[in-house]
Ligand binder design. Structure first.
Ligand code: ATP
Ligand code: MG
Length: 330
């Protein structure tokens, strides 16, 4: 099978990581006996030219949208969604459908979809800097950008106790990231992340506890942006809450219609109940470093080491996509 890996300048902000990560994914695919080619596209024209050239059986994209914005995802509302193009052209692709991708990138929409289907989420509001009435919000609340990842826009001031603090944080998110803020109930307890690989009935739910050494937390037990991507977060056995976290994540994946590979973050509310924080449509794939590969190793440690675990994870995702399109799987 020939896999086209699609990435571009937005590969780190939007997708599984920068170019070296895409090269690791390609290496893992090759090690399993399939072939992988990488297309780094900077423009929509280059994206279309890549598809026109063909020579692949299935695409796996690190991008939701082709963009030159390297820093953050943003709300490229009018931009082109790559999965829409795959659908229009009948091109097989790994990962969730375009509709699901659009719902996952917008964390407010994710919460609405989940709440409508009875999946536990925090109370949530979309707040713009120009909004006059914010009386619906209960405190303490948590303020974050509507559609980012890697904890971008998350710091100790994300936890707000009153309207003044809320307005300050919403204005900052508007200035820095040019998007509305998602304001949620503050969830003060333990945090878990669950990797979902494959599709029912062969879907695996792999939970883990996410933490940093206690002296790294500031005023609140939240993963600030400065704690991410620097080797400080630890994925460990989820213990007694693992089954709960997995069950909640599996419910969320069904409600959103997720396919092949997603990672779902959940946190414990003041009432002790787990709630979904977000559904990551293109989970990170940095070998050894991203939470997904760490979760896979936590549950599937092989004697050959974590790069072998990584190869198996990549193979499981590729095969899950391929099976849906009746492509041959080794
Ligand atoms: N409602 C909340 N209450 C408490 N903490 C929260 C809440 N929402 C988010 N956080 C904290 O902020 C961090 C980042 O939030 P979230 O997972 O939504 O965003 P992200 O940046 O997209 O993450 P990822 O890198 O996993 O894609 C979480 O890991 C958590 O520590
Ligand atoms: Mg997260």
């Amino acid at each position: 099978m020939r896999v086209l890996l699609l990435t571009g300048p937005g590969g780190d902000a939007q997708g599984w990581g920068p170019m070296d990560v895409t090269e690791s994914v390609a290496g893992a695919i090759a090690a399993s006996g399939d072939s992988a080619q990488i297309a780094f596209v900077e423009t929509e024209a280059a994206f279309f030219a890549t598809l026109d050239r063909g020579g692949f059986d299935i695409v796996w994209s690190a991008l939701y949208q082709v963009t030159d914005n390297e820093k953050y995802i943003g709300t490229n509302a009018d931009g082109l969604w790559v999965a829409d193009v795959f659908d229009q052209r009948g091109i097989p692709y790994i990962g969730s459908s375009s509709e699901t991708m659009k719902a996952m990138i917008d964390k407010f929409r994710t919460h609405d979809v989940l709440a409508a289907r009875g999946v536990r989420v925090p109370a949530h509001h979309l707040v713009r800097a120009t909004d006059a009435d914010v009386s619906a919000i209960a405190y303490p609340a948590f303020v974050k950008p509507m559609g980012e990842s890697r904890s971008i826009g998350v710091n100790d001031d994300s936890v707000v106790e009153n309207e003044d603090q809320l307005r300050r944080q919403v204005a900052w998110i508007d200035r820095e990231f040019h998007q509305p803020a998602l304001v949620e109930d503050f969830l003060p307890g333990d945090e878990f992340t669950v990797l979902l690989v494959g599709n029912a009935p062969a879907q695996e739910c792999l939970p883990g506890l996410v933490s940093v050494a206690s002296h790294h937390y500031g005023r609140h037990k939240v993963l600030r942006a400065d704690l991410r991507g620097v080797g400080l977060t630890k994925i460990s056995d989820a213990g007694a809450r693992g089954a709960d976290a997995s069950a909640l994540a599996a419910e969320a994946a069904v409600a959103m219609g997720c396919l092949d590979h997603v990672r779902i973050d959940v946190k414990t509310g003041a009432d002790g109940q787990l709630r979904v924080m977000e559904v990551n449509g293109i989970p990170g794939l940095k070998p050894r470093k991203s939470w997904g590969p760490q979760l896979y190793t936590l549950h599937h440690q092989s004697p050959e080491g974590d790069l072998e675990d990584y190869r198996q994870l990549v193979k499981a995702v590729v095969d899950a996509g391929a099976r849906r399109f009746n492509l041959p799987v080794r």
